[in-house]
Design a protein around this ligand. Sequence first.
Ligand SMILES: Nc1ncnc2c1ncn2[C@@H]1O[C@H](COP(=O)(O)OP(=O)(O)O)[C@@H](O)[C@H]1O
Ligand SMILES: [Mg+2]
Length: 225
Amino acid sequence: MYTLTSLTKTYKTARGPVTPLKDVDLRIEDGEFIAIQGPTGGGKSTLLQMLGALDRPTTGSIHLAGDDLSTLGERRRAKARAERIGFVFQGFNLLPTMTAGENVETALVPLGIPAAERRSRARTALAQVGLDDRIDHRPSELSGGQQQRVAIARALVKNPTVILADEPTGNLDEDTRDDVLALLEGLWRDQGLTMIIVTHDSAVAKRAPRRLHLGGGGITEIGDK
Ligand SMILES: Nc1ncnc2c1ncn2[C@@H]1O[C@H](COP(=O)(O)OP(=O)(O)O)[C@@H](O)[C@H]1O
Ligand SMILES: [Mg+2]
C-alpha cells in the first residue's frame, strides 16, 4: 500500500525550520489497521497529510500503490485523494449549511458523478453508518457522534482503499467514542480497507493490531500490549 523511504518534512517558520518527520522509513500493507500515538507536536498530523497526498515531503519518497506522491503533480495528487483516500477529522469538518446527504455527496463531486447517482450513493453510505433516516438533517440537528458518522459516510462513499482518521474520537464522550470506534473497526474488517488512526486515547489505540509511536522526528513500533 504505502512505502515511505527516508521521508523528511521540514516547515519553514518565522522562528526557523521545524522538522517533525526526519528520515522516516515505513511500510504499510494493504488492509492493515494502524494506530499512531505520540506527543502533541510529534508530527502525527503531518504524517497523515503525507499519507493523504495533501502535502509533499521535503525530501525522500512516499509511494502509494506504485505512485510516488512526492513527485506527482498537484492534479494527480488531487485525483489520488478524490478516488482512493477517505479522511475523517476530529472536528468532523461538515459544512453547516448542507444536509447530511449533501455533505456526503461533496466527496463525489470531484469524481464527476451525476447528481442522481451521487444521491443514491450518499444514501447507501449513510445506511452503512446507520443514519439513512437523517439524510435531510443539517449537522446542527445531529449529535457529535452522528456528525462523525456522517463524516465517515463521506469518507466511505468514494469506495476508498484507505481511511485516514486524525483523532476521530477526540471530541466525543466515552460511549460515543466506543460506538464510532466499533463502526470504524467493522468497516475495516468487512471491507478490506486500510485504516490509519491517529489517537491520544490508549483505549482506541489498543484496538489496532499495529501501533506506531511518533515523536522526536522518528517513528517506532509499539510492542504487544
Ligand atoms: N503548516 C505548518 N507550518 C509550520 N509548522 C507546522 C505546520 N504544521 C505543523 N507544524 C509544526 O510541525 C510540528 C508537528 O505538528 P503536527 O504534525 O501537527 O503534530 P501532531 O499532530 O503530532 O500534534 C509542530 O511543531 C507544528 O508546530
Ligand atoms: Mg495533530
